[in-house]
Design a binder for this molecule. Structure first.
Ligand SMILES: Nc1ncnc2c1ncn2[C@@H]1O[C@H](COP(=O)(O)OP(=O)(O)OP(=O)(O)O)[C@@H](O)[C@H]1O
Ligand SMILES: [Mg+2]
Length: 425
């Protein structure tokens, strides 16, 4: 495919809403638009105020739109891991064609047959991830298309979440005037690209703003996930209470002077902090606030250890990969190594414009969608972006994605991939 494709991802975080516009050309991603606004209406991954959330989404979308001078229509949406359940599923079909060659249609049917199982009414399917295909008695097949066989089986993992949680997120996105192209579980999309092939045999923890998602990768696939309701915003709150300063000030201090490992924090540099309800300012050192931050983060890493234990993880030969906004804090890596007592590294996306660990999920969503399109094929129902009324003529001429993929066959998994079609019924 010579033409570039546009993808827009939407990561509705508890701290900020991120929108990325990515152009994928010959397999490489270029981020051409970014929107990032502080979120309102979301707490710990859950919507608590629809109108406020819609506003935040609109603002982030508009920021990104201004960078390319076009209007965003379709987004790839990340779903948080709160309340997610993973279960093993199996699909079986007879190969359809007369010559017994497995086609896109057989792949589509086998994926669908794996979903024909009873999902309780309060749960919704998010994604299905194939583990292996089996053609007659030959297993461990990653792509059965083109092979000859009579019987096609698929072993996979079905990801379901709470219907209420997901429907409220979808409602906000739709009310923000957007069409949802695909939905992926956030840590699945983030971890798939944040981890190296070796690490995917092992473990990762993702630390977000409102909460911390711990996910386990092993045998080269996504195996388990859980959410701990503690994250960077707790540190802001702690600082705000202890330093008696407004939340916004506390956040700024955290970003500018925050340190997680008091042994390495500076005693010399002092900074002033405005006090709530007083005209005065108090002075603190980095060392002083690092003790407040360290207590909270140590608690968090202890909770991560407990969660790993609960998940049945007894050792992590691949170590731990941390990402998410808070991992920018100085000393966090040292503290994590100290508490987790294993190899730890921080992942930061390596793309111009988004070299910040808080963009790991948004980048992962684009890359995951592109990976799925490469595997399953995709023909857009409508362009991802369209000419806006206020754009400069030059930018419109540069990208008219309505033409993209014109020559492509209909993507089979435009059907099966959309296991969540029933969201819109
Ligand atoms: N330079 C920095 N130093 C310290 N903390 C930072 C820095 N930059 C961002 N953060 C913190 O990272 C957190 C936001 O991280 P992130 O954007 O990954 O979370 P989110 O996606 O909004 O939330 P969640 O995924 O939990 O719903 C906030 O607490 C923010 O204050
Ligand atoms: Mg997040």
């Amino acid at each position: 495919m010579s033409q570039s494709e546009l993808y827009v991802s939407l990561d509705i975080g508890s701290s900020s809403v991120k929108v990325l516009i990515g152009e994928v050309d010959g397999g490489s991603l270029h981020v051409i638009g970014v929107g990032n606004v502080q979120s309102a209406g979301i707490r710990k991954g859950t919507i608590i105020d629809i109108d406020a959330t819609v506003q935040s989404i609109r603002k982030a979308i508009e920021q990104a739109e201004r960078m390319i001078g076009m209007q965003i229509r379709e987004v790839i949406l990340g779903i948080p891991a709160n309340g997610v359940i993973l279960q093993d599923v199996k699909g079986v079909v007879a190969v359809n064609s007369e010559n017994r060659e497995i086609t896109d249609d057989d792949l589509d049917r086998v994926m669908k047959s794996a979903q024909v199982m009873s999902v309780p009414p309060e749960r919704e399917i998010v994604n299905i991830i194939p583990k292996q295909f089996i053609v007659d008695d030959y297993d461990e097949i990653t792509d059965p298309r083109g092979m000859i066989g009579v019987r096609l089986e698929m072993d996979g993992t079905l990801i379901t979440t709470s219907k209420t949680l997901v429907h409220n997120i979808l409602r906000c996105v739709e009310r923000a005037g957007l069409v949802i192209r695909e939905i992926y579980l956030q840590p699945l999309a983030a971890g798939t690209f944040a981890l190296t092939a070796d690490e995917k045999n092992h473990g990762t923890a993702y630390i977000g703003g409102g909460s911390t998602t711990v996910s386990i990768f092993g045998e080269n696939r996504f195996m388990a996930t859980a959410v701990i309701p503690v994250g960077g915003d707790h540190i802001t709150k702690d600082l705000s209470i202890i330093l008696k300063t407004p939340t916004e000030q506390a956040r700024k201090i955290k970003h500018q002077y925050g340190h997680a490992f008091s042994d390495d924090a500076s005693d010399d540099e002092l900074f002033e902090v405005p006090v709530i309800g007083a005209d005065s300012k108090d002075q603190y050192s980095q060392r002083y606030i690092s003790e407040i931050i360290g207590v909270r983060l140590e608690e968090l890493f202890d909770l991560v250890l407990e969660e790993l234990y609960r998940m049945g993880v007894r050792d992590l030969p691949g170590g731990v990969v941390l990402t998410g906004g808070i991992t920018k804090m100085d000393g966090l890596l040292q503290l994590a190594r100290h508490v987790l007592k294993t190899r730890v590294r921080i992942h930061t996306p390596e793309y111009i414009g988004v070299r910040e660990p808080m963009y790991t999920t948004a980048v992962g969503l684009i890359r995951y969608a592109h990976m799925q399109d490469s595997y399953f094929g995709h023909v857009p129902d409508s362009p991802t972006v369209s000419a806006s009324e206020h754009q400069s003529p030059a930018s419109v001429n540069k990208k008219v994605p309505a033409e993209r993929n014109k020559e492509k066959k209909p993507g089979i998994l435009d059907k099966a991939k959309r296991v969540f079609d029933n969201f819109f019924e």
